[in-house]
Design a protein around this ligand. Structure first.
Ligand code: RFL
Ligand code: PHB
Length: 389
């Protein structure tokens, strides 16, 4: 088989790139290790930046998102019984959209399938070959049979555990990583959200986040120990711990119910450089990870896709490789700023096992500075709604 761009990974990055390129007449094949249902079963991001929603519209898949997504023009930050709001609209003139990654991915799958997109599921042993040469190719197996795709370019959109990043030799690749000494236990429940805005809550007992998907679907998280497993947490134990970590007026109003999903994600900051090696381009979680505080992961994947989409379009339409040549540098410049915001927001709101009394005072001063200082709120809002592409 032959295609112009072979995309490894059928998560949101790979699907969005495939759909955008298709609309420019550029041919792609998407190789996904799992099934469509498995990918749609992963509950992840909920907050979309304007840059992301613009790309979805450009890809021709914005209709359901625009009809069903909820605009959020601010967020609540709580600490103990105290709380304050940060207005995105007032500080940036823009807002974010609450629309789950599951729905984004479903819309992209539906569009690719309706438009005859070539998606291959259940692929095994993907190998990327000759990425440094002029004629790269990708090999893989399905049900034990061998396949080969010849292509012009390979897009590595296969997430943190994929093969694409590993294809770049260690002599070229440089990795930067920070592991945090805690995780997030997340619960999805068919209950009305406790508040109409998200609540990011610092507490003595650890961080909590109240988020949502729609009027009757809530998403809540609590900071947990890395040694915990979801089975250690009954629904009752989760709700009772969440209530202890948010101001009592929200705890009293919280509607609880059975969890329909419960999972733990460890928190990590990670960047690999460069994001291009010959004809292989890394995008999204394949190249970088942020802790979820600040909702930057999927949104940073989207900015990579924007730069790569622009570069590939310029190459195929004008035979100009300037955009592709600038890809790694441009993508990384924005990635590091998202890393910085996610790291500072994580540090601001979580309890660390080794925090001294002095550290706690500093954290409190940081939160109170954000509460009382317009400029600090503007900086927070600008980062939260997304820095320009
Ligand atoms: P994905 O979603 O991991 O998709 C990669 C796909 O590649 C497949 N794959 C392979 N396919 C073929 N061959 C191989 N060898 C392969 N290896 C892997 C995988 O099966 C998968 O389908 O990466 P992608 O597309 O780059 O998308 C990134 C986002 O999923 C991620 O950044 C976000 O979910 C992060 N994130 C959030 N981001 C936000 O912008 N806003 C949020 O509110 C937000 N909340 C979150 C999050 C991530 C979370 N977890 C669980 C880590 C909340 C949580 C709890
Ligand atoms: C979510 O709704 O899953 C969510 C929202 C905001 C975050 C992280 C996750 O910062």
């Amino acid at each position: 088989m032959r295609t112009q761009v072979c995309i490894i990974g059928g998560g949101p990055s790979g699907l969005l790139l495939s759909q955008l390129l298709h609309r420019k007449g550029i041919d792609t094949i998407v190789l996904e290790r799992k099934t469509r249902d498995y990918v749609l079963g992963r509950i992840r991001a909920g907050i979309l930046e304007v840059g992301f929603t613009d790309l979805m519209r450009e890809a021709g898949v914005g209709a359901r998102m625009d009809a069903e997504g909820f605009k959020h023009d601010g967020t609540v930050i709580a600490y103990g019984e105290e709380e304050f709001g940060v207005s995105f609209h007032e500080h940036t003139g823009t807002d974010v959209l609450v629309y789950g990654q599951t729905e984004v991915t479903r819309d992209l799958y539906d569009a690719r399938e309706a438009e005859g997109g070539n998606l291959v599921f259940n692929v095994e042993n993907v190998g990327i070959h000759d990425a440094k040469g002029d004629a790269p190719y990708v090999t893989y197996q399905v049900d034990g049979s061998e396949h080969r795709i010849d292509c012009d370019y390979v897009a590595g959109c296969d997430g943190f555990h994929g093969v694409s990043r590993q294809t770049i030799p260690l002599t070229v690749r440089r990795e930067y990583e920070k592991l945090y000494p805690f995780g997030w236990l997340g619960v999805l429940s068919e209950t009305p959200p406790v508040h109409d805005e998200l609540i990011y809550s610092w507490s003595e007992r650890g961080f909590a986040l109240c988020s949502m998907r729609n009027a009757n679907l809530s998403r809540y998280y609590i900071q947990c120990s890395l040694s915990d497993s979801p089975d250690d947490w009954s629904d009752e134990a989760f709700w009772s711990e969440l209530k202890r970590r948010i101001p009592s007026r929200y705890a009293d109003a919280l509607v609880t119910g059975p969890s329909i999903e419960k999972s733990i994600a460890p928190l990590r900051s990670f960047v690999t450089e460069p994001m291009r090696w010959g004809r292989l381009f890394l995008c999204g979680d394949a190249a970088h990870i942020v802790p979820p505080t600040g909702a930057k992961g999927l949104n940073t994947a989207a900015s990579d896709i924007h730069y790569l989409y622009q570069g590939l379009t310029q190459f195929y339409q004008d035979s100009d490789s300037a955009g592709l040549d600038a890809y790694s540098e441009k993508a990384l410049a924005r990635v590091w700023k998202a890393e910085r915001f996610s790291w500072t927001t994580t540090n601001l709101l979580h309890r660390y096992p080794d925090q001294s009394e002095f550290d706690l005072k500093m954290q409190r001063a940081d939160i109170e500075f954000l509460r009382s200082n317009e400029a600090a709120q503007k900086v927070f809002a600008e980062n939260y709604v997304g820095l320009p592409y």
